[in-house]
Each structure stands twice: as structure tokens, then as C-alpha cells.
Write a protein that binds this ligand. Structure first.
Ligand SMILES: [Zn+2]
Length: 297
């Protein structure tokens, strides 16, 4: 008997003559880790705000001096030159502090925590449902490495450019603002608004990407263990969209995701759709089961 047959024989009784068996305990969306990711993007974005609040007074002073002095033909040009040079220093300062923050290391650590939680939940489902203990070190090493490396580099790419582009937007606001004779108060207000919009954008990426990582981990561990089908499970919070509510409780195949957008016909597994917090509960099938485990004694 090979490993697969040993396992199938060991769990046969759990299926009580049926072909399939549903998970006996739920899988949960990693909401706490999503919050942790948002904490990282918030902290990353705060660096822009810090740099701005430290350097902008120089421009404010130059603008006030320009206003107080007798009208000179080149007064406004002096101010424009000050803006350019202050923002150029800010850009360098920002780059230095962003490097020190090391977003790569923080996201790598987060991806590892997410993997650990996902494995813990999966092991529990297998243990409670099938009475099997998955090999302790089965998922350590190379199993997820490529997937996690890809996720981290993708995420660094998505987040990394936001602070500098926010600073670029701020520079435009300041430059155009003073050129068009707007007040310093109005300009600063506009800067804060841009900051908020970009901070929110970074948070949306965090939310979306945590769901995607969780979805990828789930799919990888289930399909590897011979699970071909899952039950769609929505997050049951108030934000579940109608289509996902409709899919809730229904069974789908990992090789044939359901339509999540009836207008476009777009298909996705739980967590793969934009901002989706649904999860896939494994449906075990006695004929395809291939759990990397020892039967319990
Ligand atoms: Zn959903």
C-alpha cells in the first residue's frame, strides 16, 4: 500500500459510506493580519507626512516673506525656486527614511505569519474532520517559498512607490497653488487631502493583498492534499456583496471557479475577487484524498 492508500483506508470510517465529507470546523479569514498589514501601510505613509511637516515651514516662510515685500518682478520666481529646492531635499530625505523602514522585511515577516496561521487552521480542520495529524514539517521549507517570494515582491512593488508619488502630488499642489495666488491655508488643506487619499489607497491594497495571499495558501494546501472541491463560505459581516452571498454554502471545483461577476462573466475562487473576505472550506473526497499525514494511533 502506498501513502495514499494507507490514508484512504484509515479515514474510510469517517465518511460513513459517503463519497465526500465536509470540514467539521470552519476556516477563518485572517482579519487580525489584515489589520497588521494596514498598520504597516499607515506607518509607511506617515513618513511622508513627517517629512512634509518638517520641511514645509521653509516654504511657508518664503511665501510669507514674498507677500510682505514690495512687489518685485522676480519675487514669485524666488518662491518657485525655493519650492523646487525644498521638495528636492524632501525627496532625498523621504527616500532615506523609506529605506530605513524596510517595507520588504516587514511584508516578508507578515507573509510568514499568515502562512503559519493558515497551516494551523488547515491542520485543525484535517485533525477534527479526518482524525489525521499532518506531518509537522510538511509545509516548511520549499512548499510555499516560491509563492511567498512572489507575493512579497509584488506587494513591495505595489506599496513602495506610493509615498514618493504622494510627495510629487504635494509638490504640484504647492507649486500651482502659489503660482495661482492661493492662500497657504488652502494649499495645506489640499496637501492633507492628497495624503489621506493615498493613505486610503495603500490600505485598500493591504486588504486586497491579504485576501489574495490567504486564498493562494488555501488553494495550494487543499489541492496538494487531493481536495478537488470546496464550499464557498462568506465572511458573514455586513459587507458581503450579494453575489458572494449567493455563492455561500455552494460547492465548487478548484479547477473551475464560479462566476463572481454576472455582467462580465469573471470567475474567481473565494478571496480572489476584489476586496473579498470569503473562504473556501474543503470538501474531502475519499477517492482523491492524499493527505500528507500519519494516521492517529
Ligand atoms: Zn467574498
Amino acid at each position: 500500500m502506498d501513502q495514499r492508500e494507507i490514508i484512504q483506508k484509515a479515514v474510510k470510517g469517517k465518511f460513513k459510506g459517503h463519497q465526500t465529507l465536509n470540514a467539521k470546523v470552519p476556516l477563518r479569514y485572517p482579519a487580525a493580519l489584515e489589520r497588521q498589514y494596514k498598520g504597516i501601510t499607515d506607518a509607511y505613509m506617515r513618513i511622508v507626512n513627517q517629512v512634509a511637516s518638517e520641511h514645509l515651514p521653509k516654504i511657508k516662510e518664503a511665501a510669507a516673506a514674498e507677500k510682505a515685500s514690495a512687489p518685485r518682478a522676480d519675487g514669485i520666481n524666488d518662491l518657485m525656486a525655493t519650492i523646487q529646492s525644498v521638495f528636492s531635499v524632501m525627496g532625498e530625505d523621504l527616500e532615506k527614511r523609506l529605506d530605513e523602514f524596510n517595507i520588504y522585511a516587514k511584508l516578508k515577516e507578515l507573509s510568514e505569519l499568515t502562512t503559519k496561521l493558515s497551516i494551523r487552521q488547515w491542520k485543525r480542520v484535517v485533525s477534527e474532520t479526518l482524525g489525521l495529524d499532518i506531518f509537522d514539517d510538511y509545509y516548511s521549507g520549499q512548499f510555499y517559498q516560491e509563492m511567498l517570494d512572489y507575493w512579497v515582491s509584488q506587494n513591495v512593488g505595489l506599496i513602495k512607490t506610493i509615498p514618493q508619488s504622494t510627495l510629487g502630488e504635494m509638490r504640484e499642489i504647492v507649486y500651482e497653488g502659489y503660482r495661482n495666488g492661493r492662500t497657504t491655508t488652502a494649499i495645506l488643506k489640499e496637501i492633507q487631502r492628497t495624503y489621506s487619499v493615498n493613505k486610503k489607497h495603500a490600505r485598500l491594497i493591504a486588504r486586497d493583498q491579504m485576501a489574495k495571499l490567504n486564498a493562494d495558501l488555501t488553494k495550494r494546501q487543499q489541492t496538494d492534499a487531493g481536495v478537488e472541491e470546496y464550499k464557498w463560505s462568506d465572511s458573514r459581516d455586513g459587507r458581503v456583496r450579494p453575489r458572494h452571498k449567493h455563492l455561500n454554502g455552494k460547492t465548487f471545483r478548484w479547477d473551475d471557479p464560479p462566476v463572481v461577476d454576472t455582467k462580465t462573466g469573471r470567475r474567481a475562487h473565494p478571496g480572489e475577487d476584489y476586496q473579498c473576505r470569503c473562504v473556501a472550506l474543503p470538501v474531502f473526497n475519499i477517492s482523491t484524498l492524499n493527505i500528507p499525514a500519519n494516521p492517529k494511533k
